[in-house]
Write a new protein. Structure first.
Length: 277
């Protein structure tokens, strides 16, 4: 026979278990909601850039620039597919123009529809003035916001370092980037950078370090001079950490190519708000 005390205890005990069950359900649901929100944010973040080089045909540079300026104003204005053009001032592509489009999601490439007018204008006013004899095609890059350092403000110049790595050393390269970022953060470096990984194109084992600078005078920051962080690695990481960085650098990076690009505003879409690292 169950006493009144046992019945009350049973009811209370069942109530406690029900409360614990409800709390567990709420906890699991909240975790799923947060995960879902984070996943959606990650999926929707615009990380993809498209870039290509355009070499003017002999004696046709001014005609090419005129055609590009007109083309951008007609088909790449406010609210349209963005394209930005740069003059290449150094490196193997000197004298050419670099085109950039982004940032995008992958889905935006599926959804883009170029008009017949866009194709026709390009064929008539741009393509005739191009020299495609040494064209490496289009590259698609993924910007690694977690590896970048500093504000992402648009600037007049960009000093680019194309780093070709040995196959299979992607994890080591990310460690190089993380160590470099750690040193810059610890020393409040003014040498800001953005990092991209080539996901499709000329060389899939290639990464890009982009140094935004406002003038030629600031070039020294991205070449080991004043404002760079090269002398701070041992200070921040210790001798063992600095040696580790140097060893990684030697065994991971196959070779580098540097170039300087200058933005041409009147041949580019309206400048968007920067996306922070």
């Amino acid at each position: 026979m169950i006493t009144r005390f046992e019945r009350v205890f049973f009811i209370i005990n069942q109530g406690v278990k029900m409360k614990q069950l409800l709390l567990s359900i709420v906890y699991v649901l909240s975790i799923n909601i947060v995960f879902s929100q984070n996943q959606n944010t990650l999926d929707e973040r615009k990380t993809i850039f498209r870039t290509w080089y355009m070499k003017p045909a002999q004696g046709k540079s001014q005609m090419l620039q005129k055609g590009l300026k007109d083309h951008v104003s007609k088909f790449h204005g406010e609210g349209q597919w963005p394209e930005y053009y740069f003059e290449v001032l150094s490196g193997p592509n000197s004298g050419s123009f670099a085109g950039w489009s982004g940032p995008h999601t992958w889905k935006e490439f599926d959804e883009r529809e170029r008009s017949e007018g866009d194709y026709a204008h390009w064929s008539k006013y741009v393509e005739p003035y191009l020299d495609n004899s040494n064209n490496n095609g289009v590259m698609l890059l993924s910007r690694k916001y977690d590896l970048g350092y500093g504000p992402s403000a648009w600037t007049d110049y960009y000093h680019l370092s194309w780093n070709v790595i040995h196959p299979g050393t992607g994890a080591q390269y990310r460690e190089i980037a993380n160590l470099s970022k750690k040193v810059k953060e610890a020393t409040n470096s003014i040498n800001h950078h953005n990092i991209y990984q080539v996901v499709s194109g000329y060389n899939a084992d290639m990464w890009l370090w982009e140094y935004p600078i406002n003038s030629m005078e600031e070039m020294s920051m991205s070449t080991g001079g004043a404002g760079s962080s090269l002398n701070n690695f041992e200070k921040v990481l210790g001798k063992q950490g600095a040696d580790r960085f140097r060893d990684l650098y030697k065994t991971t990076i196959k070779h580098r190519v540097r170039e300087l690009q200058k933005l041409i505003p009147d041949m580019s879409s309206p400048i968007p708000e920067p996306i922070e690292n």
